[in-house]
Design a protein around this ligand. Structure first.
Ligand SMILES: [Zn+2]
Length: 381
């Protein structure tokens, strides 16, 4: 069975176009802020004309704005209106944060467009009367896009992002199920005893980043941050791909990297890439027809995976205990593998809801995964 699946291709834009894109991004910010202001003003009127503006209203209100703008066209303005309306509904706010064009706190550039306004021209691309060149343009061959955007990253480089539809052949995996324990000593340990070493890309580079920042080499420091992110993503991609290719059912604990990022372990937690790894496992599992399940992690490192007695190390104080012996049945355990096995058991215990292409919510034992459900309702965003 093959299923349609949207993935986003990213192309780095050649630097000669940066000046134009930067200027166009300021116009985009202007349109966005206009939408923000008019939506707030209309929603807070005290007379009977008070209204929550929809994307359709916003498109009407901004019609003809191209006359005052030099770079972006009508289709970009419409895309901004639609995106604005969607974001505002999702955020449930009267107004969103303003897009800032200048200064230290400026927003990262963003220029959306519809399919028709980005055209191929020989080896280059044509957008709004301007020719663009991208790196690795051979990847563009045979690709058809519906819409897309130019987006800027923190370093200041511009990327062309094109979501494209692909169909993926779904096959059965050779092995049945696995539990994955996310941790700090090892980034991930599976119930079969496989380990993903702790990622320390940031830890290893932080003194160099610090030195760069003290010397006010801001751009270089940002470049380094980006490189670290890419390396972490690369490792997570490899590990999640391996899991998805090997196992039909993947169970992960519900550790929240966002919650732990507020504690003293923040740096290690964020550096270990739990969030990234979970995200990758979820979307890859989804389009390969796997079951990815999130279960409550409570007591998974404490209870013995053979007899179920709560005889293991507990709490922060005994975090250093890596191996232990069950006082009840005498079985000797590796802390993380034992936890992964418990997670796997917890996954099969509440095997109620989840099949590959449904939202990842197990009502019995964990919070529903809102992010993936929301992504689906917004059409793959
Ligand atoms: Zn035991």
């Amino acid at each position: 069975m093959s299923v349609p699946f949207t993935r986003t291709l990213r192309f780095k834009v050649r630097p000669e176009s940066y000046a134009w894109l930067n200027a166009a991004a300021i116009e985009v910010n202007g349109v966005f802020n206009y939408c923000n202001q008019i939506s707030l003003a209309t929603a807070t009127r005290t007379d009977r004309k008070r209204k929550w503006l929809s994307d359709y209203d916003l498109c009407n209100l901004t019609a003809g704005a191209t006359e005052y703008l030099q770079r972006i066209g009508a289709d970009t303005i419409q895309r901004i209106c639609v995106e604005y309306a969607q974001k505002r509904v999702a955020a449930r706010r009267l107004k969103l944060r303003w897009r800032v064009s200048r200064g230290a706190r400026r927003s990262l550039g963003w220029i959306p467009f519809k399919a028709a306004s980005l055209k191929r021209k020989g080896t280059a691309l044509r957008f709004c009367g301007k020719t663009f060149r991208v790196f690795e343009r051979e990847r563009l061959e045979g690709v058809s896009w519906k819409q897309g955007c130019f987006a800027q990253d923190a370093v200041g480089d511009w990327w062309l992002c094109l979501p494209v539809e692909e169909s993926i052949e779904q096959t059965a995996a050779p092995k049945e199920s696995v539990g994955v324990d996310l941790g700090l000593k090892d980034a991930a340990v599976t119930s079969d005893g496989e380990r993903l070493e702790a990622l320390r890309f940031y830890r290893d580079a932080q003194h160099r980043i610090g030195a760069l920042q003290r010397r006010r080499h801001v751009r270089q420091a940002k470049r380094m941050h980006r490189r670290i992110r890419w390396r972490r993503q690369d490792v997570c991609h490899q590990f999640s791909r391996k899991m998805v290719n090997t196992y039909q059912k993947i169970v992960v604990g519900d550790v929240s990297s966002l919650k732990l990022a507020k504690t003293r372990m923040a740096k290690s937690v964020l550096d270990s890439g739990w969030g990234t790894l979970k995200r990758f496992l979820q979307y890859k599992g989804e389009c390969a027809g796997r079951t990815v399940q999130v279960v409550n992690e409570r007591n998974t490192s404490r209870s013995c995976s053979s007899c179920g007695a709560l005889s293991g190390p507990r709490g922060l104080r005994q975090l250093a205990v890596r191996r232990w012996e069950c006082a009840h049945c005498g079985e000797s355990h590796d802390r993380d593998v034992n936890a992964a096995r418990n997670i796997l058991t917890a996954g099969s215990r509440c095997g109620t809801s989840v099949s590959g292409n449904e939202p990842l919510a197990c009502r019995a034992c964990s919070e529903p995964d809102i992010s993936s459900a929301r992504r689906r309702t917004l059409g793959g965003r």
